[in-house]
Design a protein around this ligand. Structure first.
Ligand SMILES: Cc1cc2nc3c(=O)[nH]c(=O)nc-3n(C[C@H](O)[C@H](O)[C@H](O)COP(=O)(O)OP(=O)(O)OC[C@H]3O[C@@H](n4cnc5c(N)ncnc54)[C@H](O)[C@@H]3O)c2cc1C
Length: 335
């Protein structure tokens, strides 16, 4: 494993934003995780773990103190679960959608609603990726990690991962402690939940994981800009959760405001707030709010992090001024 020196960080973010870094290690074997981390430390650099960069962007300028560690550990292995269904173990460097495709090929349920989400397997538990009523934490059995604190590889069962809305121990209480090496998914022979309301199964035909995945991918392609055409990192803000009292007050002032029940209050649509505050389609030089989806910030591939920050600040200020609600960004920013 060799260090590739002087890399362009923008190439490792689907938003295409970032200056340069000291170098890059590509990790293909679990034993190389510790080696890469130690070498980065010896070179006096901080190590940032990266997958496909579809939820990350970087600061402008030269980061001579930063080394990227790109997770490329492969492998998709299926074995029977002692309880029911099958357990699929996937390497951190596999594409997330490869898990969805493999499950569909085997006729197994659990991940079909998460079809088409960009990124790697290793990043999926970090913010507990979710879409169409499913979160990945719902079907994770355990996460295999390298523990930087204890210098050991071990498994963490899902119940200890504290999965919540776009959160887990990996981006909250134990941020930066663990490098995810593999994830074990528990997949089922039968559908265990309601189908997403967006999919249509014609009368007389049977729903299959492959068909649900196919429809979800089509819905997503129609709704979201493709990062290969318009660089973006998906939803730029989390949907805010407010108390039921506050939700009622907001409904009085804005009767058409969409609201959804959440375990800890009422979830609002950040896209609706941003659109209502007048930002859909607005541009700041090389950065703009997508005309397709108000939650997505796009660049033209030439944007600076400073321009992104300006857009983010203006959107947050505008939403705060109109609704007294604070928006929290979803992507990870490495300055
Ligand atoms: C068009 C588009 C649509 C999207 N739709 C959705 C959606 O519907 N739902 C959703 O939840 N997200 C969505 N996202 C966000 C993104 O796809 C997910 O967050 C995805 O999990 C990021 O994977 P990645 O490999 O690109 O992560 P990266 O951006 O490379 O990394 C994300 C974070 O995880 C850390 N990390 C990455 N790999 C590891 C590892 N192996 N061990 C430890 N830490 C690691 C990084 O340090 C960083 O903090 C979307 C993004 C795009 C561009």
């Amino acid at each position: 494993m060799e260090l590739t020196p002087n890399i362009s960080l923008a190439e490792y973010s689907t938003l295409r934003v970032g200056g340069t870094a000291k170098g890059l290690f590509v990790v293909e074997r679990e034993e190389d995780v510790a080696v890469a981390l130690k070498e980065a430390a010896q070179l006096g650099a901080r190590a940032v773990i990266i997958g496909d960069g579809s939820n990350s962007y970087f600061g402008d300028g030269a980061h001579d103190d930063l080394i990227l560690i790109r997770m490329a550990i492969k492998g998709l292995e299926l074995r029977p679960s002692p309880i029911e269904g099958k357990v699929l173990t996937a390497g951190a460097g596999e594409e997330w959608d490869a898990v969805v495709t493999r499950a569909a090929e085997e006729g197994l349920w659990g991940v079909e609603s998460l079809a088409g989400i960009p990124g790697t397997v290793g990043a999926a538990p970090i913010q507990n990726i979710g879409a169409y009523g499913t979160e990945v934490g719902d079907i994770i059995e355990a996460v295999e990690v390298y523990d930087r604190k204890k210098d050991e590889i071990r498994g963490i069962p899902a119940r200890l991962c504290a999965f919540g809305y776009r959160s887990s121990i990996f981006n909250m209480t134990e941020r930066d402690r663990y490098v995810i090496i593999r994830v074990r998914f528990w997949l089922h022979k039968k559908l265990r939940r309601q189908l997403p309301k967006e999919v249509v199964i014609p009368e007389g035909s049977e729903a299959t994981p492959a068909e649900i995945g196919r429809q979800i991918r089509l819905i997503r392609a129609a709704k979201l800009p493709d990062p290969h055409e318009s660089p973006n990192c998906g939803s730029f803000f989390k949907n805010p959760v407010v108390t039921t009292v506050r939700a009622k007050e907001l409904l009085v002032a804005f009767p058409e405001m969409p609201q959804f029940p959440a375990s800890d209050g009422v979830k609002l649509s950040a896209a609706w707030l941003i659109e209502r505050a007048g930002f859909k389609g607005k541009s700041w030089g090389n950065v703009s709010v997508s005309t397709k989806h108000a939650l997505v910030l796009e660049t033209n591939g030439k944007a600076s992090a400073a321009e992104v920050t300006q857009a983010v600040d203006e959107i947050r200020d505008g939403v705060q001024a109109l609704f007294s609600i604070e928006l929290a960004p979803e992507p990870n920013f490495f300055s």
